[in-house]
Design a protein around this ligand. Structure first.
Ligand code: NAD
Length: 392
């Protein structure tokens, strides 16, 4: 159980690029990082493209006004001059800026926590991986739902053979908020999502399914994906050549198969992710809208509902528990769990503690690069008419 006591010697000095007042995701980063005040300390920010608004916002967060910067380049340069300068930067800007900011941050000697999807090309990911290794720094990725501890219970059940041989992986991340096309022109946060120069090769395949793909990798102990076959459409025509709906079939190296449906035009559906892993003996299923519950179905037996915070769950799952079984948890705890692991990982990296790093399960750079592979393989498959494409 984790109830707020420190896990590292002192909080890491942390700042944000993006994530300002109008941002969709900024608050989730802050609630994840700052929940217990023992892992991260917010010291600076270049929160907004609009400098005045960013400064006003940063002051309201309690950041020293001298450390509110007009852009990330000034922030990295000025912070480098201070003895108490920033150590870790969070990148919560639209996708097309992730690569340049991450590169500049590593060059400035900072650890990086970056939004998904990480970058546009796998080559960029490999270049950043090389740079991070040279600088002795980590790059972590905020697949924000992935700190839901019942995903670790799924991982445990797969690993210990409770499901038998894994045969099928059934995934879904759909909602209906993209049915109204006026949002594409009205909302700042949606405009760049449907502009291929700013979002890359895909819309919902990157925006939604990279989360669910990572969570399925977490739950299956990184079962190796071999090939994907994708069909994608823009039901709101102005989004073409990007998609607002996609179906993907998967083939794994071990013979298992899978499917993913991702969509923002699933009319009437609030945000929903489903991960179902089907083995030869039993299945397990998790919904992000019911993150406290795991459905376990053994063939020939009554179904069981496993509930968060109970002793019958595995140690890794219960280590991330903080509220106790009688109180529900949700997205806030998930973000806090991954941020705490980022802090422990960064601290271990700083101390050269490879043993801790090796055993820590969190969305790292490798999994960020896999997210790029996923988007690009799906887009290629769809654009070539729905053919099997290697996951490479
Ligand atoms: P948004 O458009 O709502 O907000 C972007 C913010 O970044 C704004 O405050 C903007 O002023 C600021 N900004 C943009 N460029 C900047 C720059 N160069 N310097 C400083 N500030 C800058 O976008 P959003 O929906 O918050 O998405 C941001 C990122 O987060 C995207 O990569 C998106 O895919 C990701 N995201 C992740 C999750 C999740 O659950 N992990 C959820 C939503 C969005």
């Amino acid at each position: 159980m984790h109830i707020g006591e420190r896990k590292i010697e002192r909080p890491l000095r942390w700042g944000m690029v993006g994530g300002g007042r109008t941002s969709n995701v900024g608050y989730k980063h802050r609630l994840g990082a700052l929940r217990d005040n023992t892992a991260f300390q917010m010291v600076c920010g270049a929160f907004d493209l609009d400098y005045e608004r960013g400064v006003d916002f940063g002051k309201n967060l309690g950041v020293d006004p001298e450390r509110l910067y007009p852009d990330y380049k000034t922030m990295f340069a000025e912070e480098a001059k201070r003895e108490d300068g920033i150590e870790v930067v969070d990148i919560a800007t639209p996708n097309f800026q992730h690569y340049e900011v991450a590169k500049a941050a590593l060059e400035a000697g900072l650890h990086v926590i970056c939004e998904k999807p990480l970058f546009f090309e796998v080559e960029q990911g490999l270049e950043i991986q090389k740079l991070a290794e040279e600088k002795g720094k980590l790059v972590c990725v905020t697949y924000g739902f992935s700190g839901s501890q019942l995903l670790l219970q799924m991982r445990h059940m797969v690993k210990t053979g409770m499901l038998g041989t894994i045969n099928m992986v059934d995934l879904k991340y759909t909602h209906g908020y993209g049915c109204d096309p006026t949002g594409d022109v009205k909302s700042e946060g949606q405009k760049w999502r449907v502009d291929s120069s700013k979002v890359g090769k895909a819309f919902v395949l990157g925006d939604l399914s990279t989360h669910t793909f990572y969570e399925s990798q977490l739950a299956t102990n990184d079962m190796k994906l071999k090939q994907v076959l994708c069909d994608r459409q823009a039901f709101v025509g102005s989004r073409y050549p990007l998609e607002d709906n996609a179906y993907v079939l998967m083939r794994y190296e071990n013979g298992a198969v899978g499917r993913m449906w991702c969509s923002c035009v699933d009319a009437g559906t609030p945000e929903t992710q489903v991960i179902r892993i089907v083995g030869s003996k039993a299945s397990v299923e998790w919904h992000d809208a019911q993150p406290n519950h795991l459905l376990y179905q053994e063939q020939g037996k009554p179904a069981q509902l496993m509930i968060r915070g109970n002793d019958y769950l595995c140690d890794a799952c219960n280590a991330d528990e903080s509220l106790g079984a009688t109180h529900v948890e949700g997205l806030s705890e998930s973000w806090a769990n991954i941020y705490l692991k980022f802090a422990v990982a960064i601290d271990a990296k700083n101390r050269g503690d490879e043993e801790t790093l090796k055993n820590l399960v969190y969305p790292d750079l490798e999994h960020g690069i896999d997210g790029i592979r996923w988007i690009n393989a799906c887009a290629k498959s769809a654009d070539e008419g729905g053919v099997w494409v290697d996951f490479e």
